[in-house]
Ligand binder design. Structure first.
Ligand code: NI
Length: 138
């Protein structure tokens, strides 16, 4: 049995703001534009979680989808309907861009996925903008 990639899609909503305290408001606006506005703004994110491996000879599955769903949902609960800067502790030192959010989600989901190999996260911030993350480069 060869390697199979299986993906599942999840939706969540979060708000965020791009702003560096050590920069002036003018510099923040120059770099981040409207994303630097004080109250932030929200997105309906879509997260595709891809797991790779061989299908088990007994079950025919790379991963039990019930387990995958449970692992991802327990992570996304921390972010859904939250302000990423204010309601989570993951973005005190980094800007909650899609790039950084994908990296944070990778660490948390990989920890939950016991016995399965996380291959890729694809995080859509809008319909036409997404990032892909493949874990830390070793
Ligand atoms: Ni945004």
């Amino acid at each position: 049995m060869g390697n199979v990639l299986i993906s599942r899609r999840f939706d969540f909503s979060s708000s965020h703001r791009y702003y560096r305290d050590e920069w002036s408001t003018e510099e923040n606006t120059r770099v981040f534009g409207l994303c630097a506005l004080p109250s932030g703004h929200g997105h309906n994110y879509t997260l595709e979680v891809a797991v790779s491996g061989a299908a088990d000879s007994d079950t025919g599955m790379v991963i039990n989808l019930v387990d995958l769903q449970a692992a991802v949902e327990v992570v996304l609960e921390q972010f859904d309907h939250k302000h990423l800067n204010l309601d989570t502790h993951y973005f005190t030192d980094c800007i909650p861009t899609a790039e950084n959010l994908a990296a944070v989600l990778w660490g948390l989901i990989a920890e939950e996925l016991v016995g399965a190999k996380l291959h890729r996260l694809r995080l859509y911030e809008t319909d036409d903008l997404f990032v892909e993350y493949f874990g830390e480069i070793s």
